[in-house]
Design a protein around this ligand. Sequence first.
Ligand SMILES: C[S@@+](CC[C@H](N)C(=O)[O-])C[C@H]1O[C@@H](n2cnc3c(N)ncnc32)[C@H](O)[C@@H]1O
Length: 298
Amino acid sequence: MTSVSEHDLAWVRDLIHSTAALVLEPGKGYLVESRLAPIARAEGCSISELIARLRLLPHGPLHDRVVQAMTTNETSWFRDRHPFDALRSTVIPALMERRRAERSLTIWSAACSTGQEPYSIAMVLLDTFPELASWRISILASDLSEAAVARARTGRYTQLEVNRGMPSEMLSRHFEPDGADWRVNDRIRSIVRFGVVNLIGPWPQVPATDIVMLRNVMIYFDLDTKRRLLDRMHQTLRHDGYLFLGNAESTLNIDDRYVRVAPERAGCYQLRSHLAGGVSHIDRLVADRSRTPEGIPT
Ligand SMILES: C[S@@+](CC[C@H](N)C(=O)[O-])C[C@H]1O[C@@H](n2cnc3c(N)ncnc32)[C@H](O)[C@@H]1O
């Protein structure tokens, strides 16, 4: 039982869908209640009064706070492990081979939450590929949530947060103690640039990209939004680039221009048009390591 009426719930559902494409399943009144309670408290009113006020005002900062409060920012270091293993074993070696002349790599963490994903990528790059220290490496990290991006920018994490996936030897290599917390060191922070970007809005600062991490965000979108987003990613990704999706996400039956590629369980995709040109570099690298050079059926 929730104190949010069906009428108010429907209005919040419309607001978050039109602003951020987020789909709120029916029966999630408790979620609206728990996420909006701190905002209502700060505004000195009840949740129904907050929604009544929002209905009367033109869309503004208070609406954005409500939308952002409804996002799920769950994340951790090296989340799901396999995508980061794939970066080490195949994706970055293949890109280094192809970008040797330009000596530059651009990576976009497109729903970065509080920063663990882009910082994990930066750590993989600098730890595994010392040669990249002399390359132009640009990791763009963005999210809809201003609060999440502001936290990510500080690079500061509690002990509880670093315990979620950060190996102790990497902790001592890439962090400095900061009171009871830990702060990502300047070397790692210097290659990650944060910004607020709504994936269904304009993408002002996004250049042609070698790798896009679009992990654990499409699950919140409806089919039309997924289709439009994968189409825009198609334009952003370089023809031989890599798209990573989360475990529960796929391009299957949404956009057949993407093909899932080895290694298995990494959630890694390339463009069919590039692969059609012959065996991909990634497959060649896998073959070099005496493994099956096949794309993984989605
Ligand atoms: C579950 S987190 C995933 C974080 C990270 N990619 C990972 O896999 O650990 C989902 C993130 O997507 C963001 N998000 C939701 N809707 C968005 C939108 N329309 N545009 C940009 N980011 C969005 C949320 O703010 C949240 O931080």
